[in-house]
Design a protein around this ligand. Sequence first.
Ligand SMILES: NC(=O)c1ccc[n+]([C@@H]2O[C@H](COP(=O)([O-])OP(=O)(O)OC[C@H]3O[C@@H](n4cnc5c(N)ncnc54)[C@H](OP(=O)(O)O)[C@@H]3O)[C@@H](O)[C@H]2O)c1
Length: 222
Amino acid sequence: MRIALLGGTGDLGRGLALRFGFHTDHDVVVGSRDPDRAHEAADAYESTLHDHGRERKITGFENAMATDRADVVVLAVPPYHVADAVEAVSGTLDSDDVVVSPAAGMRRDESGAHAHPPSAGSVTALAADAAPDDVPVVGAFHGLAAGRLAALGADLGIDTLLVGDDERAKEVVSGIVEDVDGLRALDAGGLANAAEVESLTPLLLNVARHADGLHDPGVSFR
Ligand SMILES: NC(=O)c1ccc[n+]([C@@H]2O[C@H](COP(=O)([O-])OP(=O)(O)OC[C@H]3O[C@@H](n4cnc5c(N)ncnc54)[C@H](OP(=O)(O)O)[C@@H]3O)[C@@H](O)[C@H]2O)c1
């Protein structure tokens, strides 16, 4: 599989690039609005993987170039830019591709982070509205703290919930998730359930802020 990480220069993109690069043989492509930034990030991730004993080629391209020929396209961009990011690459998406939305709409106040979904109901639904009709969108990776992913020496032992209406697309995402040691994919139903899954992100941020010693919490369902 070829996995393109749009906004792969950011925190989540870095964590996912390192984990997919470390644990799997999938091709990892870092996307950015700026090709130079994409190349720099790809080189830095390659170097980190080398330091951990893994020789991998990570490539970096402008987002639309990164999407071209990718099988899975992860929208690792801020929630309120997800629709723009999809529209910018829609010409290079086709019906065999799977788009993954990890973003959660949030607002913050003095007490913490709160779920604040867009009018589409969820960011995953927003991404699905922006994507071409025949391209499936899956919500995933919401509960994965970027810092924990990037700490390659740390065991993960966490679950990620998948939502979407296309069963084949969910199987594809489940497959790449489970290729990462310590990550488990759990089906949380259709796209209509995405808001509940996205609300996990502010919950985890509040736990990270208030619970002693839990900087990058994750959830494992039993
Ligand atoms: N951080 C986490 O632990 C975490 C965990 C789970 C889910 N998430 C979700 O994953 C997404 C990315 O999170 P993050 O923390 O990695 O975000 P981030 O570091 O703030 O941003 C990621 C990347 O998005 C790109 N970007 C910024 N503004 C953009 C715009 N207007 N249009 C298109 N791209 C833009 C930038 O890449 P370029 O400038 O190189 O294009 C940036 O490096 C968010 O939606 C977040 O809710 C994050």
